[in-house]
Design a protein around this ligand. Sequence first.
Ligand SMILES: [Zn+2]
Length: 290
Amino acid sequence: MTTTRSGRLALILAAGGLLSALALLGGCATNPVTGVREMILVPRDQEIAMGEESAPQFEQEFGGRVPNAALQAYVQSVGKKLAAVSDREMPYEYALVASDVPNAFALPGGKIYITAGLMARISNERQLAAVLGHETGHVAALHSVKGLQREVGASVLVELASRIVSADKADAAQAAAKVVTALGTLKYSRDDEYQADQIGIKYAARAGYNPWGMVELLTVLKNMSDSEPGTFGEMLQTHPLSSKRIAEAEAMIKGNAEYAKFSPTAPDPQAAHFIEMRRALEKTVPAPAK
Ligand SMILES: [Zn+2]
């Protein structure tokens, strides 16, 4: 068979097409939480790198880490219990950032944050476990990656992720900055939110926490968003709250025989320790200027 110049070009193009088709096939992954096959275009190692590169700038935007080693170790220890029972193995890391605006976030790759503003408004450890479990759920069920794929477009995200792992430091930093900007406006779908609540309940219970902490948490947030809508504006954008969300969480706990041993009114055995930690936080972070 003789190959003409244009014939060779056609072969190369065909091979190129095949390669991208293979790359796409490689991007189809089974969701470890739901078992559903999904189009995930950013490989795990790039997802982790993306989170690592964007973390410093992201943390800065939320006032930096609270400078108290005991508090950080506490948040990390509660988070690690949830990470240990999650459906997706990732280098999960939990930290407390100084912003007084109540919120919590998950970066792709498993870095999870709770703000001082949210920590100050909850009252026991199972509520903290519910917050961290919800965010762990976003990472485990690949919501953060899927959200970014939606937010910036899948092909742009793939390009950014590959630039982040490239040898060119300046280029990697620039790509990470773009990811941070996208993370700032990232909105999860309502379905993702419900699912993250359900996963949070599951992980909290697996880790030995009373899963009613999720209902308590959602109720605290709902009451506060009704009484101080301004403070919660930002959180509501990323985590829409509704009575339906509370009802769904309640229904899940009541509908699962495994959770029957947990009472919604039983006191949290770790509440006293949590309050001690919250007092330490009040002493560490100066009160916000009014
Ligand atoms: Zn969420």
